[in-house]
Design a protein around this ligand. Structure first.
Ligand code: S3P
Length: 737
C-alpha cells in the first residue's frame, strides 16, 4: 500500500513545529497519510478537522504503522520517548527529531544501543518563533529556512537521504553539521539569547516597584525580551540538555558584561563607543547577508584591499590551504558515489563552498566542513535531485565546467550561474563537445554563462581537445560516466589528472594512455565511497615558494604540498631560474603525490619559459611574473593565451600592475616579456582576481615602497587565511575593509 514515495509519517508532538511539519507535508502531497499523537486532545482534533492528520492515538498503537517517525518534542522528551518508539516501530522505519540540542541523546543515561541509534537521523530546523502550539502551525514555516542534519556513523545513506528528502519537500535548505559543532553553534546563536531574554525579565521583575517599571518599558524591552515568551518546558529542557556548551559561552558573555561594567564605571566613553560601533557593524553585516539575501552576485564585495609594506622576511614551517581542484572533485564524486565518503584537508574557500552548496541543493547531505573535514552521504550516480533554483558557482570556472558535464547527463534540468567574472568566461569549450555527446545546453551571448542545461541521454565519443584543459577533460569524463559506450579525451599536452586519479580512488575504471595522451571512461559503472585526504594546494604554495625564492635570508618549509607531476610547473620553472627548492618526505596520499618543500633564497635569473610547462603551471604565472621581475635579465613567455581567459586577463592585469611598480614589461597576445630589476611601490588593481592580489602581496618583499592592492576580496575563493599565513612567515601585509 505504501510505495517508496508515499510513506506514512507519524508526528509525535503536534505543537507549532510538529504541526507545521504536518501541514507542510500534507500540502506537498495531499494523498500522504500523516498520523499524530500529542497530550493535547484538542490539538489533535483540530488537525483532524483541518484534514491534516488522518488518525491520532497512543504512541504504541501508531508506531507500528509508520515509515517515518518525527519526534517533535523537547530535547529531554526525545530521550524519554525513544525506548518506546524503538520497541513498537517497524524494523524498516526511520526516526528523526527537531530538537535544538543534538549530543545529549548520545550521552544520555538511557544508553541506546548502536543498532537502535542507526535508525535515528537527528535533525534541527532553524525555524520557529516564540509562539507555540498547533494553533501557531503554518504550512510554509520551513520554506527557504535552514535545517541542520547531524547524521552519525551508524546511519545508512538511505535513511539520511529519506530525512533529507522530507525537509526538501517542506522547502528547506538542508545543511549538515557534526552534533558537537551544532550544539556549540546553537548555544551561542540561539540558546544564549533566549537565556538573556529570560534573565532581563527576571531582573526587572525583581526590581522594587516592578509593575511601575513595566508600565514605562517601551520598544527596547519588548524587542529584547521577545524570546522570553517562548515555551518554558522546551527551553528548560534545552538548557539542561546543552549545559556544557551553554556554560562555556555564558562564561564569555559574563566576562563581556564585566568588561562593559568596568568601562562604564571608569566612564570610558571612547572604548564603549568603539565596542558598540564594532557590534553595530557586525550585526548589520549579518542581517544583510543572512536575513535580506540580495542577489548572490551582489554579495561578493570587492571592497577589501591589501596594504603591503616593503621588505619583510620569509621563514618558518607552514601548511597552506587544501587543493582547490581536488576539493571540488571530492564533493562532486563523493556526492554521486554509493556510501559515505570522509574528506580531510578540504579547502574551506568560497569556490569549494559553493560546490558544497550546489550539491546540497541537489539533495546530498554533507556534514561540515569543520576544520577541513567533511562527511558526504553519497546518493549514488542517479540519486541527485533537481535543483530548485539556479546553482551559483561564484568565481569558479572549474566548478561550472565540471558541473556542466555532470548535469548534462541527469534526468532533470538545471541552470548554472556565477559572479561577474565567471559570467564573462568562455563556456563553449565545454558546451560544444557536450552537444556532440547529445547534451542540450544553452549558453548566454557569446558563449558565456548562464548555462541552461536540459538533462539528456548522452553518447560516448572521442574528442581531441584543441587546448590542454583539465576542466574540459574533466567535464567530458564526468559526462562520460553516464554516456552510452566509451568517452575518450585526447589532450594536446599533459594537464592535471586529478579527476582520473580520484575516479580510480572511487573504484571507477579509467583507461589512461600516457603515450597517446588520452583518458577514457565507459558509462554505466558505479562509484564506491572512499576516504580522501586533500593535499595542500601547490597553487597556493606557489606564492610562498616565490616569496622565499626572492627574499634574501629566507628559509621556508611548506608541508604536505600536492606535487602531482601535472602540477609542478612552478617548481620546474623556479628551479630553472636558479631557485633552491628541496623536496623531502615524498609520499602518496590517496593516489596523489605529496611532499614537503624547503625553499631558501638564491639569486634568480631570467629564462625563456618552455611551452611544455604552461599547462603544468597554468595558475602560477601571476606570481612567477613577480619572480621574473626580481630576477636578473629578462624572462620570456609565449604560447600562454589561456592566461587571458582566467579569473581576469592575467597577462594584462599583471603587466599593468608591474608597470606601476616600475618594471619593464612587454605583452603579446600569447605571453609576456619581463625585464628583472628594481621594483618601486604604488597602487595596483587585482581586478578581483585572487591570484593577482596574492602575487602583488609577494612583490612587496622586494619593493622599495608600499604597494596598495585594490579588489582583494576574492582571495577568499582559494586561500581564506592567506593574510594570516603571509604575516606568520614575515610578510608585511594587512587587509583593509
Ligand atoms: C583546473 C584547471 C585549470 C586551472 C583551474 C583549475 C581544474 O584550468 O586553471 O584553476 O581544476 O581542472 P584549465 O583546465 O581550463 O586550464
Amino acid at each position: 500500500m505504501n510505495d517508496k514515495n508515499n510513506k506514512v509519517v507519524l508526528i509525535v508532538g503536534l505543537g507549532m513545529i510538529g504541526g507545521s511539519i504536518a501541514c507542510g507535508l500534507k500540502k506537498a502531497k495531499p494523498e500522504r497519510r500523516i498520523i499524530a499523537c500529542d497530550r493535547d486532545a484538542q490539538a489533535l482534533q483540530n488537525a483532524i478537522d483541518d484534514g491534516v492528520i488522518a488518525e491520532c492515538g497512543e504512541l504504541s498503537a501508531l508506531c507500528p504503522q509508520a515509515d517515518i517517525i518525527i519526534l517533535a518534542v523537547p530535547p529531554l522528551t526525545v530521550c524519554e520517548l525513544l525506548p518506546e518508539v524503538l520497541k513498537h516501530m517497524k524494523s524498516t522505519a526511520i526516526i528523526t527529531d527537531v530538537a535544538s540540542v543534538k549530543s545529549h541523546i548520545f550521552t544520555s543515561s538511557a544508553q541506546f544501543s548502536e543498532e537502535a541509534l542507526a535508525k535515528f537521523v537527528p535533525a534541527h530546523p532553524i525555524a520557529g518563533s516564540e509562539q507555540s502550539g498547533y494553533a501557531a502551525a503554518v504550512d510554509d514555516l520551513f520554506e527557504n529556512r535552514n535545517v541542520i542534519l547531524t547524521p552519525h556513523s551508524g546511519n545508512s545513506t538511505d535513511s539520511v537521504a529519506t530525512i533529507n528528502g522530507l525537509w526538501r519537500e517542506l522547502g528547506a535548505n538542508v545543511l549538515g553539521m557534526t552534533r558537537v559543532r551544532h550544539d556549540e553553534v546553537l548555544a551561542a546563536t540561539s540558546h544564549l539569547p533566549h537565556l538573556l531574554a529570560y534573565a532581563i525579565v527576571d531582573v526587572l521583575l525583581k526590581q522594587e516597584q516592578s509593575e511601575d517599571i513595566f508600565r514605562y518599558a517601551a520598544g527596547g524591552f519588548a524587542d529584547f525580551s521577545r524570546l522570553a515568551s517562548s515555551d518554558a518546558k522546551m527551553w528548560s529542557d534545552i538548557f539542561v540538555a546543552n549545559s556544557a556548551a551553554v556554560e562555556k559561552v555564558l562564561d564569555d558573555y559574563i566576562q563581556s558584561l564585566l568588561d562593559f561594567k568596568k568601562a562604564i564605571q571608569k566612564k570610558e566613553h571612547v572604548k564603549l563607543q568603539e565596542s558598540f560601533e564594532t557590534a553595530k557593524q557586525t550585526r548589520e553585516k549579518f542581517i544583510s547577508q543572512h536575513f535580506k539575501p540580495k542577489k548572490q552576485e551582489e554579495m561578493i564585495s570587492n571592497k577589501l584591499s591589501f596594504s603591503v609594506q616593503p621588505g619583510g622576511q620569509v621563514a618558518g614551517t607552514i601548511r597552506v590551504a587544501g587543493d582547490k581542484s581536488i576539493s571540488h572533485r571530492s564533493i562532486i564524486l563523493a556526492s554521486i558515489a554509493d556510501g559515505i565518503t570522509r574528506v580531510t584537508g578540504f579547502l574551506e574557500g568560497e569556490d569549494a563552498l559553493n560546490t558544497v552548496a550546489a550539491f546540497r541543493e541537489m539533495g546530498v547531505t554533507i556534514v561540515g566542513p569543520e576544520n577541513g573535514e567533511l562527511t558526504i552521504y553519497g546518493v549514488g550516480k542517479n540519486g541527485l535531485q533537481a535543483p530548485r533554483k539556479p546553482l551559483y558557482m561564484g568565481n569558479s570556472g572549474t566548478a561550472m565546467r565540471l558541473l556542466a558535464g555532470l548535469l548534462a547527463a541527469q534526468s532533470f534540468n538545471s541552470e548554472l550561474t556565477g559572479d561577474e567574472s565567471l559570467m564573462e568566461r568562455p563556456m563553449n569549450r565545454v558546451a560544444g563537445p557536450l552537444r556532440s555527446m547529445g547534451a542540450n545546453i544553452d549558453t548566454g551571448d557569446s558563449g558565456t554563462p548562464p548555462l541552461a542545461i536540459r538533462g539528456s541521454k548522452l553518447q560516448g565519443f572521442t574528442y581531441e581537445m584543441p587546448i590542454a584543459s583539465a576542466q574540459v577533460k574533466s567535464c567530458l569524463l564526468l559526462a562520460g560516466l553516464y554516456a552510452e559506450g566509451e568517452t575518450k579525451i585526447l589532450e594536446p599536452a599533459p594537464c592535471r589528472d586529478h579527476t582520473e586519479r580520484m575516479l580510480q580512488g572511487f573504484g571507477y575504471k579509467v583507461a589512461v594512455d600516457a603515450e597517446e595522451g588520452s583518458s577514457a571512461v565507459s558509462g554505466g559503472a558505479e562509484l564506491k565511497a572512499t576516504e580522501i585526504d586533500v593535499p595542500a594546494d601547490i597553487s597556493s604554495a606557489a606564492f610562498f615558494l616565490v616569496a622565499a625564492a626572492i627574499t634574501p635570508g629566507s628559509d621556508l618549509t611548506l608541508q604536505h604540498v600536492g606535487v602531482n607531476p601535472t602540477r609542478i610547473g612552478v617548481i620546474n620553472i623556479l628551479r630553472e631560474m636558479g631557485a633552491s627548492i628541496e623536496s623531502s618526505n615524498e609520499r602518496l596520499v590517496g593516489g596523489e603525490p605529496v611532499a614537503d618543500l624547503r625553499v631558501r633564497y638564491q639569486p634568480l635569473k631570467g629564462i625563456v619559459i618552455s611551452e611544455a610547462e604552461i599547462p603544468l603551471a597554468i595558475d602560477e604565472f601571476p606570481v612567477l611574473f613577480v619572480a621574473a621581475a626580481c630576477a636578473e635579465g629578462e624572462t620570456l613567455l609565449h604560447g600562454a593565451e589561456e592566461l587571458r581567459v582566467k579569473e581576469s586577463d592575467r597577462i594584462d592585469a599583471m603587466a599593468q600592475g608591474l608597470k606601476k611598480l616600475g618594471v619593464v614589461v612587454e605583452t603579446f597576445d600569447d605571453g609576456i616579456r619581463i625585464v628583472g630589476g628594481d621594483m618601486g611601490g604604488g597602487a595596483v588593481d587585482s581586478f578581483g582576481d585572487h591570484r593577482i592580489a596574492m602575487a602583488f602581496t609577494v612583490a612587496g618583499l622586494r619593493s622599495e615602497s608600499p604597494i596598495d592592492i585594490a579588489n582583494c576580496a576574492n582571495v577568499a575563493t582559494s586561500f581564506p587565511n592567506f593574510v594570516e599565513l603571509a604575516s606568520e612567515v614575515g610578510m608585511r601585509v594587512s587587509a583593509l575593509k
